[in-house]
Design a protein around this ligand. Structure first.
Ligand code: NOJ
Length: 756
């Protein structure tokens, strides 16, 4: 059935029914908590227990993307019965419209559904995957991408996005590093805030705003051995110091909702972790929005070993969960738990109230069709978003190597483009693009073809591994490896430069895509070796969602550009960079290990009591590989060169209420205008607990023309020196500190100062 009725009218009928006392629900800006409370009190006074439990029920639409063992069915009937509060990942606006009509017109109280979607890095216009975007070190740009996603998603009738994902991760084996901002809590916090503000805007009741959902609370990125959904066991100091700050930043920015994670934390699943949800999130941080589980997370508590669905649902509600995603444990078992005294009516009422409050803040009680009746974006707006996608893709790419100025490519050079990722639109978009518009995507091959005549051969299968191919839905090429390579060598032989576009398909990273070997697939390595053997300079363009191990590639390729899955404008951005129309400026936000056995390797590791000492055996080291990563955090090259003079401090000793100013001057000593990211790190040299080798505290992006010099200053206050001590108190300790400034976390200048 398709509903095309008068939605305004339905909304008014619905409101008249709901508001016999003449109250009207007002959109926020005008969201006065007092009025909201009266409205919700009045609504809840009419609700049965089943209807209240229905509001806590968050279901996947029948037949939508299934990312777990269970799925929901009979959803339309449940909506009519008032047994559904929210729905997610519905494939079309038409279906959303139909379901909202059912909820508003056919359920007893007509409470609107909240529609959620995994909008992770753009909606129709696709931006680089979040890990790529983070390499721009540009929160303002990232905010704009979230804003654009909100505009496009809301026009599709989506109220609520399951983003930002802010899980700090230092383990590239974990496929979901693609969805976050990398290894650093400070940069991750800035990005978390930017995304929340971008999605929600200043008023969630506006038709072009959506509610953000910070996830996955918490510590999901620290899953043991990089295996998805795995256990987390971590000291409280590390939890607070390194992993929680980005979630807290999202809360401070006013995020409307939180999604808990699948993993357990020190023995308690996040979904029933009362300490985390109630003490930390609600009491300490003052979070007042609503909390949803992840997909079947309550059901999965059974597999964690916590009991049957009934007892797990009671535990989750008691811990502070408001919405149950897919498990249907709340809606089906809480009544029994209420009767047995395992949960209270107050707990159910509170969860129901929080869900209704979210709907109120989103303006759904003023108009349940607020976002469903918006017209599609016009061509001007599409162009604006595509321009933004180009800017974002260029700024996210990281130049890892450029020997003998192989790049930029010279006009007139004959180019051969090779590789299984060179012409795949789907993989250019990357993971989580439920509504990504493939017609907007330019592949690397297409982008380069706009510049010059290029020859092309696929050259290799994505992977030779049949078992993996089955899991990721890749159908093996009919041509043999030898045939594919022969074609590639033919085009390479007649070219001046080979551009090899290698890496991962979209399904090889993101959820359920952990890898124990993070090097390129054997099929692709074989191709690359053969290409290098031709003696032609090989430019390796990497389309991946994670750091990969590249020791051989670093030795043997003339240039390497990490472009990630860069979204709709992948090809145009790569062409702009390869031809020098854009000077690369991206900086890594995750260290690239030399070998997977080093993992976790991250810039803020501790020194240990036996710091690495070259040539000395009994130090903390490997016999077979250096301790350092191949490319460190903060690293990325430019086509120009920058120099920086020594750090100047306005004083070398400062006290609690003081500010220390560190100044450096920066010169573009090369021949092209470009942007450098100047990074400031601090190390606490003597403290009551062991402290990291360095921690990022500030950074500035500086654009300089050739020959231009700029002086930049950083202000350091006591807040930059604080940490969680063994009593979990966040404070600074007087003593000596080392301040480092550089263009990445490895190549730095340093100076000491003292906090009195
Ligand atoms: C599971 C994923 O962990 C989460 O990130 C996502 O938002 C939900 N499924 C809904 O699709």
């Amino acid at each position: 059935m398709k509903f095309t009725g008068n939605h305004r009218l339905s909304a008014l009928v619905f409101l008249a029914f709901l508001l016999p006392t003449g109250l009207s629900a007002k959109g926020s800006n005008v969201d006065k908590p007092g009025e909201r409370k009266i409205f919700i009190d009045s609504l809840m006074s009419k609700m049965t227990l089943d209807e209240k439990l229905g509001q806590l029920n968050l279901l996947a639409w029948d037949g939508s993307l299934q990312t777990g063992a269970a799925a929901n069915s009979g959803v339309s009937e449940k909506v009519k019965d008032g047994l559904v509060g929210g729905l997610f990942n519905i494939e079309s606006k038409d279906v959303r419209m139909q379901v909202q009509q059912l909820a508003v017109e056919q359920s007893r109280l007509g409470i609107p559904i909240i529609f959620a979607q995994d909008v992770i890095h753009g909606h129709r216009t696709v931006f680089p995957i979040p890990l790529g975007l983070s390499c721009s070190w540009d929160p303002e740009l990232i905010k704009q991408t979230a804003r654009a996603a909100a505009v496009e998603a809301s026009r599709d009738g989506i109220d609520w996005v399951f983003s930002p994902m802010v899980d700090v991760s230092r383990d590239p084996r974990w496929g979901r590093v693609a969805e976050g901002a990398g290894e650093d809590p400070y940069l991750g916090s800035l990005i978390a805030k930017a995304m929340v503000v971008g999605y929600q805007g200043d008023d969630m009741a506006k038709p072009d705003a959506v509610m953000a959902c910070v996830k996955h609370f918490a510590l999901y990125g620290a899953a043991e051995s990089g295996r998805d959904y795995n256990t987390v066991d971590m000291s409280e100091i590390k939890i607070f110091q390194d992993y929680l700050p980005p979630y807290q930043a999202a809360v401070d920015a006013g995020v409307g909702s939180v999604m808990t994670s699948f993993n357990d934390i020190n023995g308690v699943p996040a979904t029933s972790n009362k300490w985390l949800i109630d003490d930390v999130l609600r009491k300490d941080w003052g979070f007042s929005g609503f909390i949803a589980t992840d997909y079947t997370a309550i059901r999965e508590m059974g597999a964690h070993g916590l009991g049957d669905l009934e007892s797990c649902s009671a535990l989750a509600l008691d811990a502070g969960i408001d919405m149950d995603m897919v498990s249907e444990g709340f809606v089906n078992t809480l009544k029994t738990s209420l009767a047995s005294g395992a949960v209270t009516m107050a707990e159910i009422n509170l969860a129901c109230r929080r869900v209704l409050e979210a709907k109120y803040k989103l303006g759904l009680f003023v108009d349940p069709f607020l976002r469903l009746k918006e017209a599609d974006g016009n061509s001007l707006q599409n162009k604006r978003f595509m321009d933004l996608a180009l800017d974002a893709a260029r700024k996210s790419a990281v130049l890892l190597k450029n020997e003998n100025q192989t790049l930029p490519l010279k006009e007139g050079q004959k180019i051969a483009v090779v590789g299984p990722l060179a012409d795949s639109k789907k993989d250019a978009m990357g993971t989580w693009v439920l509504n990504g518009d493939e017609t907007r995507v330019t592949t690397v091959l297409e982008g380069l073809r706009k510049r010059s005549v290029v020859s092309y051969a696929k050259g290799a299968k994505l992977t030779d591994d049949g078992a993996m191919a089955n899991l990721i839905g890749y159908s093996m090429d009919e041509q043999s490896n030898d045939e594919l390579i022969a074609e590639a060598l033919e085009v390479a032989q007649s070219a001046d430069v080979v551009v090899a576009v290698l890496g991962e398909s979209a399904a090889m990273n993101g959820e359920a895509a952990s890898m124990a070997d993070i090097s390129l697939q054997a099929s692709q390595k074989r191709l690359l070796h053969k290409l290098v053997e031709t003696g032609k300079p090989v430019v390796l363009v990497l389309v991946t969602g994670r750091p990969v191990t590249l020791e051989w590639e670093n030795e043997n390729c003339a240039a390497i550009l990490q472009c990630w899955s860069a979204g709709s404008q992948t090809g145009n951005a790569v062409a702009d960079i390869l031809y020098g129309d854009y000077n690369p400026s991206g900086k890594l936000t995750m260290s690239f290990p030399r070998k997977v056995g080093q993992v976790p390797v991250y810039y803020s590791m501790k020194t240990t009591g036996r710091p690495f000492w070259d040539g000395v055996k009994y130090t903390s080291r490997y016999l077979d590989v250096a301790n350092s990563p191949l490319y460190p955090f903060g690293y990325g090259l430019s086509y120009t060169s920058f120099t920086m003079n020594d750090i100047q401090l306005n004083k070398t000793t400062f006290s609690e209420n003081d500010t220390l100013t560190a100044t450096v001057s920066l010169t573009n000593t090369g021949g092209m205008a470009g942007e450098e990211t100047v990074q400031l790190y601090v190390r606490d040299l003597v403290a009551t607990i062991t402290r990291p080798q360095k921690e990022l505290k500030h950074f500035q992006k500086v654009y300089l023309k050739p020959g231009e010099t700029k002086t930049i200053g950083f202000k350091i206050t006591i807040d930059d020196l604080k940490f969680y001590n063994s009593a979990l108190k966040y404070q600074a300790e007087p003593g000596e500190f080392r301040l480092e400034i550089g263009f990445n976390s490895r190549d730095i200048k340093a100076i000491n100062f003292t906090l009195e």
